[in-house]
Design a protein around this ligand. Structure first.
Ligand code: SIN
Length: 518
């Protein structure tokens, strides 16, 4: 056990880095599973950050689009707060050195993405926003003496005393063998979402709901776990994780066609390819299921410019032997973003004392049942700052020496076969289209896998989050945003509210499913 006055930040993506900088000169200890900059979902974000930067746009219009995309469950006060401060965060990232794309007059170049009423997404070198913003923040962090980073470590459990978090257990992220308890005055969870719990995902390999599960197991309140966003256009080239073909391509006019050459979105929604993401995702899923091979066609809209304007997309095409200038890109739906997570108030506080949360691990009420594109990075920035400010009012400024951590040698990663079965189960039964029967099958499988690996805290964090998603999806007997039930295809106005629950309630529902089967 190690006692420190440092504030522990679990994670190393956008929210974690920004919070560490905001907290300076307060000493922080960041727990990063990979080398800094690797393995964070935010580094893979292609679109950018949504913010009303244009004179013709307004935070009110951005908030209205956020509420409308969220399908009836967005917290309007949260949407108003986040969109109001978006501009300040872009200006601050700019002054830190983020090389946002600019036009000839020096204005920000804006991408258009689905369900935005204006081109409103600030971008970097086309599709490089996540990586470039992260590199800017890492450079700033390296010059911040108050920040200590432990690379190659994974948080496995929270230590609690009643409803107060007193520390975090960590282990080596490579073949964890033994855990070390770090006792700290405050813990900020900024460790990403749950996409990797699914077999088809755009998230980095390590992002598998562990942080959400860890907080759930410690008794924190959860919100909206059933709402998972599936991205319509991941590359269908057999890679795990599936590379993203950013929605900004459709914003530039790229179309969706199937193997017959039919532009199928025209019959689905008046906004066609720029319909809300859940609608496009279900349409692509239906084409895949029907054997119609959906594809993203950038040829007419972008021609050879796709190669220079979208370098990540061009690089993936080159790797897969696709020439996007002359041929459409095969696409499929993939788990992309978890709207649900650890319930957080506007200061980023969880229901447990001394525990704050920001970014995809949190559920703030901003996204409702369907996140508006590029609101994810924005939410991470806003709540990292809010949480840092709140922590600073709670935790007195103190000196803290660097924390020495050494892990025992040896150990094992979670059983790869169990992880693979869990991921397949989530994709097959808790994915784009859900039924009571499938969700019950999933809950039984999750319970079996959990019982067989009860001594592996990392795996238990994954099964906790999987249980929350499947149980809340079973309880929500309607379709709304990213949550679609074949057996309840309509929205139920009486259910136009957020889900708030604890893991104990999800486990009780799982137990009743197990009992019914006997
Ligand atoms: C994309 O670029 O399509 C993804 C943006 C997002 O998920 O916010």
């Amino acid at each position: 056990m190690i006692r420190t006055e440092r504030i522990v930040i679990v994670g190393a993506g956008l929210g974690a880095l920004y919070a560490a900088l905001e907290l300076a000169p307060r000493p922080v200890l960041m727990i990063s599973p990979e080398a800094l900059g690797d393995g964070a979902s935010s580094a893979w974000a292609q679109g950018g950050v949504a913010a009303a930067m244009a004179a013709s746009d307004s935070p009110e219009a951005h908030a209205a689009d956020t509420v409308s995309a969220g399908a009836g469950t967005v917290d309007a006060d949260v949407a108003a707060m986040v969109t109001r401060v978006a501009r300040d965060h872009i200006l601050d990232l700019t002054s830190l050195g983020t090389p946002f794309d600019r036009d000839a007059e020096g204005g920000y170049v804006m991408s258009r993405e689905a369900a935005h009423s204006a081109a409103r997404v600030v971008r970097v070198q086309g599709d490089q926003a996540g990586r470039q913003i992260l590199e800017t923040l890492i450079a700033a962090l390296r010059a911040t003496p108050s920040a200590q980073v432990i690379e190659g470590a994974l948080a496995t459990r929270l230590e609690t005393d009643g409803d107060r978090v007193t520390g975090v257990w960590i282990a080596s992220s490579r073949a964890p063998s033994g855990e070390v308890l770090i006792e700290a005055p405050a813990v900020l969870l900024a460790g990403g979402g749950s996409g990797g719990l699914y077999a088809h995902t755009t998230n980095p390999p390590r992002i598998r709901g562990q942080v959400i599960g860890m907080a759930a197991r410690a008794g924190a309140q959860m919100a909206d776990p059933e709402f998972v966003q599936f991205h319509p256009t991941s590359f269908d080239i057999g890679e795990d994780p599936a590379p993203l073909a950013t929605e900004a391509l459709r914003g530039e006019g790229a179309t969706l066609i199937n193997r017959h050459g039919t532009r199928f979105m025209l019959d689905v929604h008046p906004d066609a390819e720029l319909a809300p993401r859940d609608i496009v995702a279900r349409a692509i899923f239906a084409e895949t299921q029907a054997g119609n091979r959906p594809m993203l066609d950038t040829r007419a809209a972008l021609g050879a410019e796709v190669l220079t304007q979208f370098p990540s997309v061009a690089e993936t095409c080159a790797r897969a032997g696709i020439d996007p200038v002359n041929a459409p890109i095969p696409v499929a739906v993939a788990a992309h973003y978890h709207m649900g997570g650890i319930a957080a108030d506007q200061a980023g506080r969880s229901s447990l004392r001394n525990l704050w949360v920001c970014g995809e691990a949190s559920s703030t009420g901003l996204h409702g049942a369907n996140r508006l594109a590029s609101n994810g990075l924005l939410e991470a920035l806003v709540y990292a700052r809010n949480a840092a400010a709140d922590i600073a009012t709670t935790v007195p400024l103190a000196e803290a020496a660097p924390v020495p951590v050494a892990f025992p040698e040896g150990g094992q990663d979670p059983d790869p076969e169990a992880v693979a079965e869990l991921r397949r189960t989530m994709t097959d039964h808790v994915g784009v289209r859900r039924t009571a029967e499938g969700l019950e099958t999933a809950l039984r499988t999750i319970a079996r896998l959990e019982a067989a690996h009860a001594d592996d805290p990392s795996f238990l964090n994954m099964t906790a989050t999987a249980t929350l998603i499947a149980a809340a999806a079973l309880a929500r007997e309607e379709s709304r945003g990213g949550h679609w039930r074949d057996d309840f295809p309509d929205p139920n106005p009486a259910m136009a509210h957020r889900t708030l629950l604890h893991l104990s309630e999800a486990l009780a529902l799982r137990m009743s499913v197990l009992n019914e089967a006997q």
